[in-house]
Write a protein that binds this ligand. Structure first.
Ligand SMILES: Cc1cc2nc3c(=O)[nH]c(=O)nc-3n(C[C@H](O)[C@H](O)[C@H](O)COP(=O)(O)OP(=O)(O)OC[C@H]3O[C@@H](n4cnc5c(N)ncnc54)[C@H](O)[C@@H]3O)c2cc1C
Length: 318
């Protein structure tokens, strides 16, 4: 039997998260004795690369009805492929797409669902999935008792591990109903470094006072080769685009370096960034909660500290 892994794409390429979930499926398959089938929906140029991370088979579905984001149709397509492959375990990334589709797929297949998994399941005494709860403050070990199982894996929770296979690639057709929602407009984010893939992130919050002050944040990010991010109020006020919002209700990231400037460190913000390897906090308030999670802290005014960091980065030719 095969574990079916939904390999998400972005801008016509397989997304980084797809390699993580294929790798996750592959490590799980070694425990269950299954094979791994990666499912790619839509156009993507580099789907063969999924076999480098353990895909034994790659199925490609191209259907005009799936060219815009239609969660119910995507779920129909995935369920049909899962049935055709006889897959009893279906794996997603717990990214925005996975969050929308995994529950629909689970309902369609009458499968038990665990979202936000952070480790390969234990399979010795039942099927037990470790997941983050309470905004990453604790872990729950959830047993799935149903025959079919759907798991979504937190981005950056599991390393992608090379496991080269010579996968068969094939195209499959699906039989889809009518879309229930009409997509009026699609906006492609225009960042140089996608936030979810960034090794370094420079992030700022309400302490920056207004959108006109983001020039120095962008300059520092550019010098460091970092992506930019922000707290939720900042995107809610339209100071920055929504795709930069990190936290419990935004994107969860796990860069090597997270620089938080003028951000208080509310628990909902920390939920999306506290897995970063090194956290640097710049805040005028020495009592700001973020300092408790920081590896390095600067108590100071962002409008004085950031220009000095920019000068230093230029001097060091980073
Ligand atoms: C259900 C729910 C979900 C939420 N999800 C999210 C989420 O996903 N992400 C998120 O970010 N928030 C989220 N929030 C909001 C969260 O609770 C906080 O309100 C928010 O993170 C605060 O944003 P902030 O730190 O930018 O602003 P503030 O709390 O206003 O903090 C600004 C900080 O800047 C400092 N500061 C001021 N001036 C300067 C200066 N010149 N230089 C340096 N520092 C300065 C201040 O000391 C302060 O610590 C959520 C809230 C709820 C209820």
């Amino acid at each position: 039997m095969s574990i079916l892994v939904f390999a998400n794409t972005a801008k016509n390429e397989v997304h980084k998260s797809a390699y993580e979930v294929v790798s996750y499926g592959s490590q799980l398959a070694q425990k269950t004795g299954d094979t791994v089938t990666a499912l790619v929906i839509g156009d993507a140029t580099n789907i063969s690369s999924l076999s480098d991370y353990g895909a034994d088979k790659i199925i490609h579905v191209k259907d005009a009805k799936l060219s815009s984001f239609q969660p119910s149709l995507l779920a129909q397509a995935i369920n049909q492929i899962a049935e055709a492959e006889g897959s009893k375990i279906i794996v997603f990334s717990h990214d925005l797409t996975g969050k929308a589709i995994a529950p629909l797929v689970a309902v369609g297949l009458k499968a038990g669902l665990v979202t936000g998994a952070v480790a390969i399941p234990e399979t010795e005494n039942g099927f037990i999935v470790k997941k983050a709860v309470f905004s990453g403050k604790a872990y729950a070990h959830v047993k799935i008792n149903t025959d079919k199982k759907v798991i979504s894996v937190n981005p950056n929770a599991v390393e992608k591990v090379e496991n080269k296979k010579s996968a068969n690639e094939s195209e499959a057709t699906v039989n889809l109903g009518e879309a229930r929602i009409k997509v009026i407009e699609q906006k492609i984010e225009s960042t140089d470094i996608p936030l979810t893939e960034a090794e370094k992130v420079v992030s700022a919050g309400r302490g920056l006072k207004g959108p006109e002050n983001w020039g120095m944040i962008e300059e520092l990010a550019k010098l460091l080769g970092a992506a930019t991010a922000c707290s939720r109020p900042v995107s809610d006020m339209d100071w920055r685009p929504h795709h930069e919002h990190v936290g419990q209700t935004g994107i969860a990231i796990r860069p090597n370096l997270y620089i938080a400037i003028g951000i208080s460190g509310a628990i909902q913000h920390l939920a999306g960034v506290n897995q970063s390897k090194v956290i640097v906090v710049i805040n005028t308030d020495p009592e700001a909660p973020f300092f408790k999670s920081a590896d390095y802290g600067i108590v100071g005014d962002a409008f004085e500290v950031v220009p000095k960091l920019i000068e230093a980065a230029k001097a060091m030719n980073i």
